[in-house]
Ligand binder design. Structure first.
Ligand code: KIV
Ligand code: NA
Length: 265
């Protein structure tokens, strides 16, 4: 199988082919979505919410991200794998960022890292890129800054924040990032950014004109059924499938129907 590369992602933008991206945090799920043909797998720090049950992405550690990433990498044969550098592992200074990126690349075998922010973390991005590690940017509603925002509402609706976002996107492109996630911003702004920069934009809650789309796998599969923001399309109801299957199993155990003769030695 031909592996996805940053060059191919760039070529996809140039020929107008949309890029598909989903999160994964473990071997079994990563194997399924890689086989289905997703272009990019994100080992997101949303693992903090989805896997560990934290309210925010802030608590997850670099070691925990490396554990998730190495599980995913063992499953993947085609997709390009990007790993979030978690909160507190790159904001301090650029050598901390480089050290974290190198740990992720060496210890998990991932292909790339993602960091949240623009001008504030420019030095860290440049330093990581200088080591030959591809960097994906992330602008808009960056969840590691949730306590600064104080709300999960749409970002950059006002002109000042929109202008900073455009400037940050251009800066990330100039620094050498290969793609940028745009999270929860007006569709019109995402369209403008996608037109004005040459690297691919990957949207989540950022409208149809981004060069690609990303969703959290558990959300789009309906595993986490209470979470239903406007931007989410639910492609399956695995929550119900799992609950029903487990209910059926419990019933069969209680009634003595399971295991039967064929299922016994
Ligand atoms: O951690 C994550 O899942 C993400 C995506 C929502 C872009 O950063
Ligand atoms: Na993330």
């Amino acid at each position: 199988i031909k592996k996805v590369t940053t060059h191919q992602l760039q070529a996809m933008k140039e020929r107008g082919e949309k890029i598909s991206m989903l999160t994964a945090y473990d071997f079994s799920m990563a194997k399924l979505i890689d086989a289905a043909g997703v272009d990019i797998i994100l080992v997101g720090d949303s693992a903090s919410n989805v896997m560990a049950g934290h309210e925010t992405t802030l608590p997850i550690t670099l070691d925990q991200m490396i554990y998730h990433a190495s599980s995913v990498i063992r499953a993947v044969s085609r997709a390009f794998v990007v790993v979030d550098i978690p909160f507190g592992s790159y904001q301090g200074n650029s050598s901390e960022a480089l050290r974290s990126a190198i740990r992720i690349m060496k210890e998990s075998g991932a292909h790339s890292v993602k960091m949240e922010g623009g001008a504030e973390i420019k030095e860290s991005i440049v330093r990581v890129l200088s080591a030959g590690v591809p960097v994906m940017g992330h602008l808009g509603l960056t969840p590691q800054s949730i306590y600064k925002f104080g709300t999960y509402a749409v970002r950059a609706k006002e002109e000042e924040e929109a202008e900073k976002l455009i400037a940050d996107a251009k800066l990330l492109e100039e620094c050498g990032c290969y793609a940028i996630v745009l999270e929860k911003i007006p569709a019109e702004l995402a369209r403008k950014v996608s037109q004005e920069i040459n690297i691919p934009t990957i949207g989540i809650g950022a409208g149809p004109d981004c060069d690609g789309q990303v969703l959290v796998m558990h959300d789009m599969l309906g595993i986490n059924a209470e979470f239903k923001p406007r931007f989410l399309r639910q492609y399956a109801d695995l929550g119900t499938v799992i609950t029903n299957a487990v209910g059926h199993y419990i019933k069969d155990v209680k009634s003595g129907d399971f295991p039967n003769e064929k299922e016994s030695y």
